[in-house]
Design a protein around this ligand. Structure first.
Ligand SMILES: [Zn+2]
Length: 495
C-alpha cells in the first residue's frame, strides 16, 4: 500500500517522546563532568556507578533548565514534584534502576505551535520530566554494531547520570497525510526552542536530542485509537519524517490484510529506511515505580518560577519573522536559511559587518555546497561568521573577487589562519593596476588575433574570450570589469 493509499484509508495518530541531554557542567546527581567524547569510564564516581552507600544530590542547574523548558512549552510548573525509581535491569544502568519522575513530573500540560505548509498545528505537551541518562553499551566484533552477531560487549558509564529532560506530547491527531511532516516540524521547532534556551547543544547525531515516535492508525478520525508502536533510534530530523511515514505504510498494510498491530518497540534503520521489531513494549507496572527515598521532593517557589520566566528567550518562530523582516528576505529565502540551519550564522555574520545578502550568498552558496559535500554541518565547517564577514568586506572594497574569495575559504578551512592571513600568505590581490593589466591585455590580443578581429568588426560579445585569457594569465587575480574596459579601449571599440 502506498503512503497516499494508507492515509486515505486510515487516520494516523502520533505521540512523540523527545529526550534532551542538558548542557550542565556536572551530572544530574553527582559532580562528574558531562563533557562529550572523554575516554570511556573516565567521568564516573561511586554515585553514577551505583556503588553501595553512595547518595545522590539533585543538580540545581538541571532543575532550573527543566523549569525554563517547561515554561517555554507553556506548561504549568508543579509547585511540588518528586523523583521516582524506574526499576529494570540493563547492563548500561549500573544501579539497576533509573532515577526519573513518574506521577509527579515538574512540568505538565503545555503546547508548542508548529507550522507546515502555512498551516499551524498546536502540539499538546503532556509533560516534561527530569531523569538521568544511562551509560552506553558497545557491541564489538559484529558487522552492524548491534548485539546480534557481536563477539562481546563493552560498557561506558560516562553518560550514566547525565541530566535528561523527557518531553512527551499528547496524542497528535488531525494531521492526516501531513503526519510525517508535522512530526519533523515538531522536533525541529522543539530543537530550535531548546537551542534558544541554551539548555542543550541539541545535536541529534551525537545523541543529545533523541526522538521516539509512537504511531498508530485508526479507521476514521472519530474511532478509538489503534494499537501503537514506538520507534526508537531516530537520530536526525529527516529520519523522524521517514520513520513515521514508513510506520504508517507498514501498519496500513498489516491492518488492510486483516492483521493486528503488536504493541512493541521498533528500531529504525537509517540505511534501509525501515523499522524492525524490537522487544514487546513494557507497561508502566513492569517498572515497579516507587518514590525515590534518597532524594527530597523538588518544590520550586512561585518567586523562582516567575524569575525564571523573565529569562525566556524570544520564541524562535517570532524571532525568525523579525529577522526575515530586518534582512528583507522572501519567505522562500528564509525557509532556505532555516533549513540550512544558518539563521544564527547569518545573524552573526551581519553583526560582524556583512550585508544580509552577502552573508546569505556565502553561507547558502559556497559554504552550503562544501557542507553537503563533506557531511559536516555549516557551523562546524571551520569558518566562523567573522571570517565570512571579512571576506565580504574585502570583496566590497574591491581587493578580492569571488573566485579569490573561494581560495580564501579554502585556506581558512585548511587551517591557514584568518582571512587576512590567507590573503597575505597566498598573495591574493586583485590586480586592477592598469600598468600590470595592459601587458596582459596586449598579450591576449596578439595571441588571439581572430577573436580580436571579430571584436573590432563589431562582435563585442566575443571579447569574453579575451577577458578569459587575461584572467587565466593573471591567475584569476585581475579585476574582470577593468580588463574588459581595457580590452575594448585597446581594440578601439566603443559600446
Ligand atoms: Zn558521578
Amino acid at each position: 500500500m502506498t503512503f497516499e493509499q494508507a492515509v486515505e484509508k486510515f487516520d494516523p495518530v502520533l505521540g512523540l517522546e523527545v529526550h534532551v541531554e542538558l548542557n550542565t557542567e556536572t551530572k544530574m546527581f553527582c559532580g562528574c563532568p558531562t563533557t562529550f567524547g572523554g575516554d570511556p569510564n573516565s567521568q564516573v564516581c561511586p554515585v553514577c556507578l551505583g556503588l553501595p552507600g553512595s547518595l545522590p544530590v539533585v543538580n540545581a542547574k538541571a532543575v532550573e533548565s527543566a523549569i525554563r523548558i517547561g515554561l517555554a512549552l507553556n506548561c504549568s510548573i508543579a509547585p511540588w514534584s518528586r523523583f521516582a525509581r524506574k526499576n529494570y535491569f540493563y547492563p548500561d544502568m549500573p544501579k539497576n534502576y533509573q532515577i526519573s519522575q513518574y506521577d509527579e513530573p515538574i512540568a505538565v500540560n503545555g503546547y508548542l505551535d508548529v507550522e507546515v505548509d502555512g498551516q499551524t498545528y498546536r502540539i499538546g505537551i503532556e509533560r516534561a520530566h527530569m531523569e538521568e541518562d544511562t551509560g552506553k553499551s558497545l557491541h564489538m566484533g559484529g558487522a552492524t554494531g548491534r548485539i546480534h552477531g557481536a563477539d562481546y560487549s563493552l560498557v561506558d558509564y560516562n553518560r550514566a547520570g547525565i541530566p535528561l529532560i523527557e518531553i512527551v506530547t499528547k496524542p497528535i491527531t488531525g494531521t492526516g497525510a501531513k503526519a510525517p511532516e508535522v512530526a519533523r516540524a515538531y522536533v525541529t521547532a522543539l530543537r530550535d526552542l531548546l537551542r534558544a534556551l541554551q539548555v542543550s547543544d541539541v545535536r541529534m547525531e551525537q545523541g543529545s536530542l533523541r526522538c521516539d515516535a509512537n504511531v498508530s492508525l485508526r479507521p476514521s478520525p472519530d474511532a478509538q485509537f489503534g494499537t501503537r508502536t514506538e520507534t526508537k533510534n531516530v537520530n536526525s530530523l529527516r529520519s523522524v519524517e521517514r520513520a513515521v511515514r514508513y510506520e504508517i505504510e507498514r501498519q496500513a498494510d498489516v491492518l488492510d490484510g486483516g492483521g493486528v498491530i503488536v504493541q512493541e518497540t521498533r528500531h529504525w534503520h537509517e540505511d534501509t529506511g525501515k523499522t524492525t521489531s524490537g522487544r514487546t513494549k513494557e507497561e508502566a507496572e513492569d517498572y515497579r515505580y516507587f518514590p525515590e527515598p534518597d532524594l527530597a521532593p523538588v518544590a520550586a517557589s512561585a518567586e523562582w518560577v516567575d524569575q525564571l520566566r523573565t529569562t525566556l528567550p524570544e520564541p524562535p518562530a517570532q524571532r525568525r519573522a523579525r529577522l526575515q523582516q530586518d534582512w528583507g528576505f522572501t519567505d522562500l529565502e528564509m525557509r532556505d536559511v532555516v533549513n540550512a540551519e544558518a539563521v544564527e550564522l547569518i545573524e552573526e555574520t551581519i553583526a560582524a559587518g556583512a550585508t544580509a545578502g552577502g552573508a546569505k550568498k556565502w553561507w547558502l552558496g559556497e559554504l552550503a555546497r562544501r557542507s553537503n559535500d563533506s557531511g559536516v554541518a555549516l557551523a562546524d565547517l571551520g569558518i566562523d561568521p567573522d571570517g565570512v564577514a571579512r571576506i565580504e568586506t574585502l570583496i566590497a572594497e574591491g581587493s578580492l573577487n569571488d573566485k579569490m574569495a573561494r581560495q580564501v575559504i579554502d585556506g581558512i578551512l585548511a587551517g591557514e589562519g584568518t582571512a587576512d592571513e590567507v590573503v597575505a600568505s597566498r598573495g591574493l590581490v586583485v590586480v586592477s593596476d592598469d600598468g600590470a593589466l595592459t601587458v596582459a591585455v596586449q598579450e591576449a590580443i596578439s595571441a588571439n588575433p581572430d577573436v580580436a578581429d571579430k571584436v573590432r568588426g563589431g562582435k563585442v560579445a566575443a571579447v569574453g574570450a579575451l577577458v578569459g585569457a587575461v584572467m587565466k594569465a593573471t591567475r584569476g587575480q585581475a579585476d574582470a570589469g577593468r580588463v574588459r574596459e581595457l580590452l575594448l579601449e585597446t581594440l578601439g571599440v566603443q559600446e
